[in-house]
Design a protein. Structure first.
Ligand SMILES: [Zn+2]
Length: 249
């Protein structure tokens, strides 16, 4: 992964000249000088992050039949220092973690050969988007798309009704909370019209955290008719109940 990140993020020429004095990238986690090209991350911290093992095939069975072939990339545990960085991204307006985690997701997907034609964030309802000012999943999706050189479609999906925050609910209530919450958005028609080759190709659906999988499953179901899906999230809790059967209905 270090090699992939360095190859993809050479220091821009102006940085080569000025970086030692002014704008050298600093590591998001230890604030020391970064050594992964243009990325705000150092290789020592990258190595010591709480890496999670890959999902096995059993996890994939949690999604409803009808969604075409599915792969899941969730590279990290929701544990220090990932949890604090994701909270900063989601609640405190700090967008720097999106670039670092987008790079990590991109590197993991590229190394796994899991390369989509289009990258789609899990949307926020417009009320919450207005309140927060940005969608953290869209920030992650854009960053991942930049690193992979793939297009991002932040409005392909739409959250058509506000839902109670998932963190306040148990797993069955989370699934009920999300029934019918996602639909194809206004941009879906344009994408399919302008890029018809995308139909029945591969999409990657991006969120920040995968807990029970209910949100991603509901969003995946809305996207399911468009093509095969990869599910990407930055992290999952160590106590995640994701391996138990999860269906959005
Ligand atoms: Zn560091």
């Amino acid at each position: 992964m270090i090699g992939w990140l360095r190859a993809r993020s050479p220091l821009r020429p102006v940085w080569r000249i000025w970086s030692k004095w002014l704008i050298a990238p600093r590591c998001l986690f230890c604030n020391q000088a970064a050594d992964l090209g243009d990325l705000d991350l150092c290789s020592d911290c990258l190595i010591s992050l709480p890496w999670a093992e890959s999902f096995n095939g059993e996890s994939i069975a949690v999604f409803r039949a009808g969604i075409k072939s599915l792969s899941i990339q969730v590279p990290l545990w929701y544990a220090p220092p990932i949890d604090a960085a994701l909270r900063d991204l989601k609640f405190h307006g700090d967008l720097a973690p999106a670039r670092v985690f987008g790079a990590v997701l991109a590197a993991r997907a590229a190394i796994a050969g899991d390369l989509p034609d289009l990258i789609v964030p899990v949307p926020l309802h417009r009320g919450r988007l207005h309140e927060r000012g940005y969608n953290q999943a869209a920030q992650l999706a854009r960053s991942t798309a930049d690193w992979l050189g793939r297009p991002c479609a932040p409005r392909l999906l739409e959250r058509r009704r506000a839902t109670v925050p998932q963190t306040s609910l148990d797993a069955p209530a989370r699934r009920r909370n999300l029934v019918g919450a996602f639909v194809l958005g206004a941009d879906a028609g344009r994408w399919l019209r302008d890029r018809p080759a995308l139909a029945f190709r591969r999409l990657a659906l991006v969120d920040d955290v995968l807990t029970t999988g209910a949100t991603l499953a509901a969003a995946a179901e809305a996207l399911g008719s468009l093509g095969s899906l990869s599910i990407w999230a930055v992290a999952r809790p160590m106590s995640s109940s994701f391996t138990s059967p999860v269906t959005p209905g």
